[in-house]
Design a protein around this ligand. Structure first.
Ligand code: BEZ
Ligand code: FE
Length: 267
C-alpha cells in the first residue's frame, strides 16, 4: 500500500492542470495525441527519454536547488555519467583512452578547497568527457565502456592533475525522437565542449559541474542551457617542461586550471 504523498499531489497536480490548460488553449486533437504517443513510445525505448528530460528540465532543477549558494557553481549532470570508472592511482594520472586516441592533448589541473580556502586532501573526483568526435563511451560506442572516464583523489595540497585530450562539442542525439523534436521546434542540438566532474569530500556538499573552454563553439547557445560564466576556463599554452616530460608531451601543450570550492554539509 503506497501512502498518500502531499508533495506528489501538489507538484504533479499542478503540472497536470497546466498541461490540460495548454491542450485546451491549443485545441490539441487526436491526430496530435496519437503522434505524441508514438513519439513517446520510441523515446522510452532508448536513452532518448533521459536526454530529453535532462536537456529541457535539469537546468531548472539545478537552479532551483543551488541558485545563490556559496562556493563553486555547479551545473547539470546530464545523461552520460556511468558510475564505477577506474580509480587512477599511478601518478602522473592519465585518463583511460584507446591506443592512439585522436585529439589534442590537454592537462586538467584542479584544486579542491573549503569555503575558507583550506585545501581538501583526498577529495574524490569523478571525471568524464566526450572524445575528439563528440562521442561518449558506453553510449555512442560500446567499448571500451570507460574510455575517457576516471576517478581520482586530490593530493595533500588538495590538487590533482590529469592528462587527457580536449573534448569536442557534440550534438545530443539527432537521429531519433529527440532529434526530430528539436527540428520541429527549430532548434539546433549542440552542446559546447566540456569536462564533467562530480567532486565529493567528507563534510562537504557534492559538487556536480562542467568546465567549458573560453571562445569554444556553442559556449553561447548551448542546447542544454547549462553554461555559466564561472565555469568557462581559459585554454592555456602551457610551457611547463617538467609536466610535459611526465606526460610525453612537447611544449607548449594545452592546459586548463580550475579551483573547486565546496560548501559544508548542512548541519
Ligand atoms: C551532457 O552534458 O552530457 C548533457 C546534458 C544534458 C542533456 C544532454 C547531455
Ligand atoms: Fe556532456
Amino acid at each position: 500500500m503506497v501512502e498518500y504523498n502531499a508533495r506528489v499531489d501538489e507538484v504533479a497536480g499542478a503540472i497536470m492542470d497546466r498541461v490540460r490548460e495548454v491542450l485546451v488553449e491549443k485545441k490539441v486533437d487526436y491526430t496530435e495525441y496519437k503522434a505524441f504517443l508514438q513519439w513517446a513510445r520510441e523515446a522510452t525505448e532508448t536513452v532518448d527519454w533521459r536526454v530529453f528530460i535532462d536537456n529541457f528540465f535539469e537546468w531548472t532543477i539545478e537552479l532551483n536547488t543551488y541558485k545563490n549558494v556559496d562556493g563553486s557553481e555547479g551545473t547539470v549532470e546530464g545523461p552520460y555519467f556511468i558510475p564505477d570508472a577506474s580509480l587512477l592511482t599511478e601518478k602522473p594520472f592519465v585518463m583511460p583512452m584507446r591506443p592512439n586516441e585522436p585529439g589534442v592533448p590537454m592537462v586538467l589541473n584542479g584544486e579542491v578547497r573549503r569555503l575558507n580556502g583550506e585545501p581538501i586532501s583526498g577529495a574524490h573526483i569523478d571525471l568524464w568527457q566526450a572524445d575528439d568526435g563528440g562521442r561518449y563511451a558506453g553510449f555512442d560506442f560500446a567499448e571500451p565502456r570507460f574510455n575517457l572516464r576516471a576517478r581520482l583523489h586530490t593530493n595533500e595540497q588538495g590538487r590533482f592533475q590529469v592528462r587527457t585530450i580536449q573534448p569536442a562539442p557534440y550534438q545530443i542525439p539527432t537521429s531519433g525522437p529527440v532529434g526530430r523534436f528539436l527540428e520541429m521546434i527549430g532548434s539546433h542540438a549542440w552542446r559546447p565542449a566540456h569536462f564533467h566532474l562530480i567532486v565529493t569530500a567528507e563534510g562537504c556538499q557534492t559538487l556536480t559541474t562542467q568546465l567549458y573552454f573560453r571562445g569554444g563553439d556553442w559556449v553561447d547557445g548551448d542546447v542544454s542551457n547549462a553554461v555559466k560564466d564561472s565555469l568557462i576556463v581559459d585554454v592555456l599554452e602551457d610551457k611547463d617542461e617538467e609536466v610535459a616530460s611526465w606526460y610525453g608531451l612537447t611544449v607548449p601543450f594545452r592546459s586548463v586550471n580550475y579551483v573547486f570550492e565546496l560548501r559544508p554539509t548542512e548541519a
